[in-house]
Design a protein around this ligand. Structure first.
Ligand code: NAD
Ligand code: UFG
Length: 338
């Protein structure tokens, strides 16, 4: 199939391009490079030995989309493009709603005009809000989000579901990612955040490589086994493979489907620190800090549905996630800028 990958130069998108090309799909990436570098796509080509088409452009630009769809028919869109920094979204809600929601509305409109009605959307476990019990299944009610970023995911899920309900020619798969970490095992591709990382694993790897001094652990008084927050960390390559599995489902005329992509296992912040130290031999000094606003105590997936219906399950464990994150960070201390 010819797949349009929006946001394909980013962290999850670039890893997904590798898996798509390895499966024999044709790939065209549309990315405005607002949070990524084109070097990631050079690495995709290097690792796969295959070519892909790249269009530097914005999902909000109708002319770009029209040109892209008219040049060569697209069979399905994997839609990663979006702004994703939780804290920034609280400061810049308009920018988040405009980029993520207007952008998706324009994309979907141009898709239907071009006759392409297959989309896989990057959603997030954040749509569950503060779940009453874990693990969460896809039946767990959606909750109240604590930030505009989360609301864009929740609202876009609703918008895409309504579009599919109104026109059964649409196939819409909503993938709710848990916490992607890790990097391509080659050490050539990985997460390259701008500035000081907000997320746990890139913060840890930057402490290990000497760019940051100490990790702050946000709260040790949650109702969890060691008091620190528990999440379902998933290797980015497993997540990427999940998209290839979802594409197969699209080919079967999926209608509307929702899947959790997680491992089903929760690890605390201190579990991750210790797993990283064991897997890499690097010491991570840390201090306990106050809770971070908007954080929840615990969330992890019941990923049974993806296993049953997509034949997909995560293969990598926490040790590989830590080793691969570290290989990427230690070999590319300045990310794609090095
Ligand atoms: P990323 O920032 O690395 O990738 C997103 C890409 O989209 C970037 O390359 C950016 O340049 C591009 N982009 C943003 N706005 C655009 C626009 N208007 N037009 C064209 N390109 C645009 O982020 P990621 O971690 O790879 O996340 C990919 C998707 O998965 C996002 O939608 C994100 O919200 C979602 N997601 C991520 C996580 C996570 O923890 N990383 C968790 C759940 C969901
Ligand atoms: N944490 C720290 N110190 C840090 C960073 C994080 O202790 O410097 C803790 C957090 O408090 C939390 C855990 O590590 O308990 C994980 O935090 P992350 O910021 O890595 O991830 P979140 O679960 O908060 O959120 C991430 C993305 C969201 C996404 C969600 C689910 O940032 O956008 O995963 O996919 F919605």
């Amino acid at each position: 199939m010819r797949i349009l990958v929006t946001g394909g130069a980013g962290y999850i998108g670039s890893h997904t391009c590798v898996e798509l090309l390895n499966e024999g799909h044709e790939v065209v990436v549309l990315d405005n490079l607002s949070n990524s570098s084109e070097v990631s796509l050079d690495r995709v080509k290097e690792l796969t030995g295959k070519e892909l088409d790249f269009c530097k452009g914005d999902i909000r630009d109708r002319d770009v989309l029209k040109k892209l769809f008219s040049e060569k028919p697209v069979d399905a869109v994997i839609h990663f493009a979006g702004l994703k920094a939780v804290g920034e979204s609280v400061q810049k809600p308009w920018e988040y709603y405009e980029n993520n929601i207007s952008g998706t509305l324009i994309l979907v409109d141009e898709m239907r005009k071009a006759g392409c009605k297959n989309i896989i959307f990057s959603s997030s476990s954040t749509v569950y809000g503060t779940p009453e019990k874990v693990p969460v299944t896809e039946q767990t009610p959606k909750g109240s989000c604590t930030n505009p970023y989360g609301w864009t995911k929740s609202m876009l899920e609703q918008i895409l579901s309504d579009i599919q309900a109104a026109d059964s020619e649409w196939n819409v798969i909503l993938l709710r990612y848990f916490n992607p970490i890790g990097a391509h095992p080659s050490g050539r591709m990985g997460e390259d955040p701008n500035g000081i990382p907000n997320n746990l694993m890139p913060y840890i790897t930057q402490v290990a490589v000497g760019k940051l001094e100490r990790l702050g652990v946000f709260g040790d008084d949650y109702d969890t086994p060691d008091g620190t927050g528990v999440r379902d960390y998933i290797h980015v390559v497993d997540l990427a493979v999940g998209h290839v599995a979802a594409l197969k489902k699209i080919e079967e005329k999926a209608g509307l489907k929702i899947y959790n992509l997680g491992t089903g296992t929760g690890y605390s912040v201190l579990d991750i620190v210790h797993a990283f130290e064991e897997a890499t031999g690097q010491k991570i000094p840390y201090d306990i800090k106050p809770r971070r606003a908007g954080d929840i105590a615990e969330n992890y997936a019941d990923a049974t549905l993806a296993k049953e219906e997509l034949g997909w399950e995560a293969k990598y464990g926490i040790r590989e996630m830590c080793q691969d994150s570290w290989r990427w960070q230690s070999q590319n201390p300045n990310g794609y800028k090095s």
